[in-house]
Design a protein around this ligand. Structure first.
Ligand SMILES: Nc1ncnc2c1ncn2[C@@H]1O[C@H](COP(=O)(O)OP(=O)(O)OP(=O)(O)O)[C@@H](O)[C@H]1O
Length: 466
């Protein structure tokens, strides 16, 4: 399969190029959730470079060493060598001295299951490669990172690395680059189910998005139907517990105590599970912006998992046995409401883009949700030094002018509860469509709907390498 055009990752490529131009041994770690595009990023970087790249597998380390031997043979144009240790293999590479050479060990984390190999790598880096001109790039998914001491903060190798690239999902705006003719409405739907993870975006064409979602999630043979469960099982030691924790969050439990109670875990142990789910990017812990609060609220960061736990998990068995009707009905009636939740994240990203481009009345330095008791504001953006605040409601709905005014009035009321006396305050609204935007703007409100998303986010020029 011809791989599709490469989207974004400009900053990461710049970092890699900068490190490449240095002299002497360079160690780079590339981390990020499974399917996020670690291999692809490094392979794009390697396109015009002298490099030995090996994709490690979940097999015994001897197997992976043999793979490295094979690549060494190929790269140097010699019969496949039979190095019995990684030390010998790297000693050979280091002795070749042909100028800058990149060695990429993809899924390096599979080696970390062997403590003797892990220890060996410490000395490979320190003693064998230390004086060479090799750029060594190692990739690992974050869970590997968590469990294994090699990447641990306290490990000597962690400090030895020259950079750690922690890949994040693509942003909402990149969907317009990925699918050049995508409508903003469909972009929201796609983002709400893929979370911008490249491997998942590949499963969509961007045409007839809702139908594509049905095909990708409610069919027992579909990759995305199995993926969430498979990832938890592959990456975590007690998948059943994590499963229940995520189910709790999908049902609207946001507090540690509520989650503990739902999942049959002691509250004092719950924090550990939540921390790991946070570390691998599935959940996030939010604190209200503009208010001191100790107890955070847990929500999904990863929208693929959010969608899966909301619409697939409750019907898993039926879908698997070929009876998806109930699941489809749930999807048909509940998807719009779910989009309301996902749209808040899209709105947040949109606001951040506007801020970056200097298109807001002031530059904010902080943005997030605000809540207190039963009151909530979707987005509160602050510049504490200038004492300026922007309050924004996000609605996945078409709003008449009158409704929009109602929402903004209520927002002004809630803003009083935040207690920012003496601050400059601005009020804004993001919705699917808003009637008579100009009338609202004349009253000093900031209003944006999907048309503005398209105008501001969709690339103006032809996409790269179409
Ligand atoms: N920036 C991108 N633009 C376009 N396609 C991408 C991008 N990043 C990744 N892809 C595609 O997404 C898929 C997954 O990427 P890749 O295999 O690099 O992920 P990974 O993080 O190495 O995954 P894993 O940890 O599961 O092995 C690949 O088919 C890749 O070509």
């Amino acid at each position: 399969m011809r791989s599709r055009k490469f989207v974004d990752r400009e900053e990461e490529l710049r970092t890699l190029e900068r490190l490449y131009r240095r002299e002497g041994f360079t160690l780079v770690l590339v981390t990020g959730r499974r399917r996020i595009g670690k291999s692809r990023l490094v392979r794009e970087f390697l396109k015009d470079k002298e490099a030995i790249a090996v994709q490690f597998e979940k097999r015994v380390w001897e197997y992976n060493l043999a793979k490295l031997n094979g690549e060494i043979g190929r790269y140097f144009g010699i019969p496949v060598p039979n190095f019995r240790t990684f030390t010998d293999a790297f000693r050979f590479i280091a002795s070749q001295g042909k100028g800058r050479l990149v060695v990429f060990l993809d899924e390096f984390s599979y080696l970390l299951r062997y403590s003797e190999v892990e220890a060996e790598f410490q000395s490979v880096v320190d003693e064998v490669l230390g004086g060479s001109d090799v750029m060594l790039i190692l990739s690992a998914s974050s869970v590997g990172l968590l469990k294994r001491s090699f990447f641990d903060y306290s490990s000597p190798l962690y400090g030895r690395s020259d950079a750690t690239l922690n890949l994040q999902p693509l942003g909402f705006r990149h969907l317009f680059e990925w699918f050049p003719r995508l409508s903003p409405d469909d972009a929201v739907k796609l983002y709400a189910v893929t979370s911008g993870v490249p491997r998942y975006l590949e499963l969509f064409s961007g045409r007839d998005v809702e139908d594509e979602i049905r095909g990708n999630f409610f069919d027992p043979n579909a990759f995305l139907f199995r993926e969430a469960k498979a990832l938890l099982e592959e990456e975590l030691r007690e998948p059943e517990t994590y499963y229940t924790v995520l189910e709790a969050v999908a049902r609207g439990k946001t507090r540690v105590n509520e989650i503990a109670q739902y999942s049959f875990i002691e509250p004092k142990n719950t924090a550990r599970y939540l921390r790991i789910l946070e570390d691998i990017g599935i959940l996030k812990r939010e604190l209200p912006v503009g208010r001191r609060a100790k107890r955070g609220a847990y929500r999904f960061r990863d929208l693929y998992f959010a969608f899966w736990f909301r619409f697939v998990a409750p019907h898993f068995e039926e879908i698997e046995s070929g009876f998806p009707e109930g699941a489809l009905e749930d999807f048909n009636t509940g998807f719009n409401r779910y989009l309301g939740f996902a749209f808040e994240e899209v709105g947040r990203q949109f606001l951040i883009e506007l801020n970056r481009a200097g298109k807001l009345p002031f530059r904010f330095t902080k943005v997030g949700r605000w809540w207190h008791k039963s009151e909530e504001i979707d987005l509160l953006a602050l510049n504490e030094r200038e004492k300026k605040a922007l309050f924004v409601e996000v609605k996945w709905k078409g709003l008449r002018e009158k409704e929009a005014r109602g929402v903004l009035k209520d927002l002004e009321r809630k803003a009083e509860l935040v207690g920012l006396e003496g601050w400059g305050k601005i009020y804004g609204l993001v919705a699917k469509t808003i009637e008579n935007k100009n009338n609202l703007k004349e009253n000093g409100y900031l209003v944006w709907d999907l048309k503005d998303f398209e105008r501001f986010l969709a690339p103006k020029t032809e996409p790269r390498n179409p």
